[in-house]
Design a protein around this ligand. Sequence first.
Ligand SMILES: *[C@@H]1O[C@H](CO)[C@@H](O)[C@H](O)[C@H]1NC(C)=O
Ligand SMILES: *[C@@H]1O[C@H](CO)[C@@H](O)[C@H](O)[C@H]1NC(C)=O
Ligand SMILES: *[C@@H]1O[C@H](CO)[C@@H](O)[C@H](O)[C@H]1NC(C)=O
Ligand SMILES: *[C@@H]1O[C@H](CO)[C@@H](O)[C@H](O)[C@H]1NC(C)=O
Ligand SMILES: *[C@@H]1O[C@H](CO)[C@@H](O)[C@H](O)[C@H]1NC(C)=O
Ligand SMILES: *[C@@H]1O[C@H](CO)[C@@H](O)[C@H](O)[C@H]1NC(C)=O
Ligand SMILES: *[C@@H]1O[C@H](CO)[C@@H](O)[C@H](O)[C@H]1NC(C)=O
Ligand SMILES: *[C@@H]1O[C@H](CO)[C@@H](O)[C@H](O)[C@H]1NC(C)=O
Ligand SMILES: *[C@@H]1O[C@H](CO)[C@@H](O)[C@H](O)[C@H]1NC(C)=O
Ligand SMILES: *[C@@H]1O[C@H](CO)[C@@H](O)[C@H](O)[C@H]1NC(C)=O
Ligand SMILES: *[C@@H]1O[C@H](CO)[C@@H](O)[C@H](O)[C@H]1NC(C)=O
Length: 718
Amino acid sequence: MVLSRGLIGVKRVSWWYVAVWVALQQIDLGAHGQRMKDNMYTPVNGAHCFRRLNGTHVTGCSCKCSECGRSQSPSNGGSVGVLHLINSKADIDFIVQKHPSPPYAPIVPPALYTRENILRLRDEAGPYVSALVLMNNASGLEQFSQESRCPNQYSGLAAGQQQQRCSVDQAEDSWNPWGSGLLLEDFPFPIFYVAGVAEMEKLLDCYEKFNAHDLENQHQRSLCAIEVKAFMSAAVSTDICMRRSNSYNSLIPATKFCDPLQGKNVYATLFPRPIVPEEQRVEGPERIVLVSTRTDTTTMFDGVGLGAMDSVVPFAVLVAVAHFLSQALPSNDRNVLFLFFNGESYDYIGSQRFVYDLQTGAFPSRGTQTKPISMDNIELMIDLGALDNLTDLHVYHAAPQPMATKVAELLRKINQQFGFGIQAGQPVMTTNLPPVSAQSFLRENITFPAVIVASRPANRFYHSIYDDQENLHYRYGNHSRKYDFTQLEDLDLGDRSDLYGKDSIQMRIRNASTLIGMSIYELLTGRAYGQRNGTNSVLIDEFLHCFLESADCPLFRATVKPDTPHVYPAPPPRYISVHTTLTSDATGWTYRVLGLLLGQKVENATKANCSALHLPYQWMAGYGGAGECRRTTQNMSLALSPAFMNETYDFTSYRYSTWTESTWSEMSARIFLRPSPAHETLTLSIGIVVMVISFVLVFLINSRSDVLFNQGSTSSIP
Ligand SMILES: *[C@@H]1O[C@H](CO)[C@@H](O)[C@H](O)[C@H]1NC(C)=O
Ligand SMILES: *[C@@H]1O[C@H](CO)[C@@H](O)[C@H](O)[C@H]1NC(C)=O
Ligand SMILES: *[C@@H]1O[C@H](CO)[C@@H](O)[C@H](O)[C@H]1NC(C)=O
Ligand SMILES: *[C@@H]1O[C@H](CO)[C@@H](O)[C@H](O)[C@H]1NC(C)=O
Ligand SMILES: *[C@@H]1O[C@H](CO)[C@@H](O)[C@H](O)[C@H]1NC(C)=O
Ligand SMILES: *[C@@H]1O[C@H](CO)[C@@H](O)[C@H](O)[C@H]1NC(C)=O
Ligand SMILES: *[C@@H]1O[C@H](CO)[C@@H](O)[C@H](O)[C@H]1NC(C)=O
Ligand SMILES: *[C@@H]1O[C@H](CO)[C@@H](O)[C@H](O)[C@H]1NC(C)=O
Ligand SMILES: *[C@@H]1O[C@H](CO)[C@@H](O)[C@H](O)[C@H]1NC(C)=O
Ligand SMILES: *[C@@H]1O[C@H](CO)[C@@H](O)[C@H](O)[C@H]1NC(C)=O
Ligand SMILES: *[C@@H]1O[C@H](CO)[C@@H](O)[C@H](O)[C@H]1NC(C)=O
């Protein structure tokens, strides 16, 4: 109908009109072709490497600007590369030297994801590589860490020239000897991690079918290719990016190129601190022992990485220690402040901010109605570093520190008494300290009374996607129905191999945390802990289950109101990330777990009683699930680098952490069959022939239109 009326009109219009009509037809064909092409794409699920910036450098990945353009329209193409499986160095040579059909997207198994290979693909094969695919195949993998050998190298204690410090060139004295440092490199192409078995098969099948044979003449046929979209809007450095964001902001409020890494520290005191009227809130002679560790972790890929050994273990130890002290020590003239720092993987964001808050009288926040705490109130800081080998504890300090000797002695003595099977050597005084939060304090004042408890590095998967429950050899025991995890455990029950098997991670954490807990007890009270109770192995088992396997777990359920709906059964992500209006899951759970384990139970209070009391009283399910009221002591403080509090901050000064995360509009990947050049030429030729024919046809119709459309012409015009 429409078509015939169009043809009738042709009779009286000029050639110009005909040309427009033909063009329109062509566009219509084009749109149809696009839709057919879409059917040929197969999406691939995986995780992307993205861009982070510090004061002076860019790290991570982004596709080349020439390929995806500066425009952020989602229809824009991403980086396209022909899949090429790397099984050996020879396959890398092929891409560096032969590359018959560039650009390529090498598929690299983890064993070949080494600094040497990846930098070779970036630097030597740069023009021929447009994306990189990392396969998930951990079988037989001996080591895998993209973190630097010296994590947080530039934000630690400033050591003089002649003093000991961590050096990336000396693996044996470094804190991550297996680190490749790729996390700190800048890649001009996306790196895409494919983990699922079905997703990997999609890629490998397509590669085997189309690309794997007759490599030299690859370019003559259609090849399987991947398109990865991961364009990052930030460039150069945090300094440039923030200034660019701010200058654009005044004109177009929605444009933001990067965001500072930001989260919350969680803290809790062993005993409630008194509420003090505003005018009396000055720093007083309060004596506090600070016990701390970090809770965050990181990897190269967005949303993957459990950080099991690198941070869940010390995190679990500190939670168990805090619970032990709250049960074992009803009162004392010194208070204990437990601190769970966030963002420590990125130049100690959380502890730097905490120190800054202590110095400016901003901790705890005014809303808590308690006295501010300063550095002088802290009599002793015990900081737990990575505990890769829980039977081998070392005590480190940076300046002569009588407390370090005391702590080391206590560890040895109590271990001997209870037979925990832990080695605790003499204290080590060094300026090459492990990468721990205490460095932020010592950096301000080298004589600050900080004692670090850590083990020698033994984690071959530090800050990587493979630092998971397998790396710990953890198997969930699931005994919470039978044993109350909010009570202490009787040490005479032995090593409980009936619950977890021989030499389990649960038992090693139980022993180490009991040892540290008893040592702190004796430091605080001046006498030995008299009972034969230790930290609870079921609590430790449940804690590991929640943070490594599923947040829908008995421990977390005990911390929320009885009728709370179930949560998604995945572990809460612990990468610090950027500002959001909602508190991150991991922070929220840490906060609530401390409420359950450190809060004092209010006997006989009903739900209504508890709600009427407001904070710090909280109503939660409790171990039995029936509901209980606890007077809690925990809260959160901001973990945002002080560098972003200062309008005129010098981003090259190395004073504070300067990490930001780039924004992006879309991250996705899909595979398709990239036509051969011959095929493309053929398609184009056919297109041209069809066009020429249609011109001729229209010309003929036009010249004979009098004959063709004679009858209808008068009646169809109203
Ligand atoms: C930023 O990171 C790079 C790469 O690790 C490092 O060389 C540089 O010193 C860092 N700059 C700042 C200001 O932290
Ligand atoms: C994983 O790697 C091993 C050896 O490196 C190899 O034998 C195995 O076939 C690989 N598995 C997959 C699914 O690629
Ligand atoms: C020590 O453990 C026993 C048995 O589990 C328990 O009855 C007792 O209350 C515990 N003592 C403390 C101080 O928790
Ligand atoms: C842990 O440390 C102990 C004592 O130094 C040592 O005997 C043991 O081999 C270490 N374990 C690992 C897995 O390195
Ligand atoms: C933990 O300590 C107990 C003694 O309380 C000991 O029998 C057991 O072997 C230790 N377990 C591990 C895994 O070290
Ligand atoms: C450093 O810390 C020590 C011990 O806490 C304290 O006596 C000293 O005054 C501090 N020095 C500075 C410069 O703050
Ligand atoms: C733990 O045990 C209970 C039964 O006692 C079972 O219903 C539940 O599925 C178990 N959890 C896991 C994660 O195995
Ligand atoms: C709580 O209630 C029980 C019985 O209902 C009573 O025996 C006990 O004394 C009460 N405790 C407190 C602290 O009121
Ligand atoms: C709880 O509230 C009831 C009535 O509202 C009151 O009689 C009771 O004393 C309260 N209990 C506590 C522990 O505050
Ligand atoms: C926690 O801090 C906030 C302000 O930062 C305050 O409003 C709140 O009352 C505090 N909670 C407790 C239990 O002190
Ligand atoms: C802000 O940074 C500048 C330069 O780094 C410094 O001189 C100044 O003291 C800082 N201001 C504050 C309030 O920290």
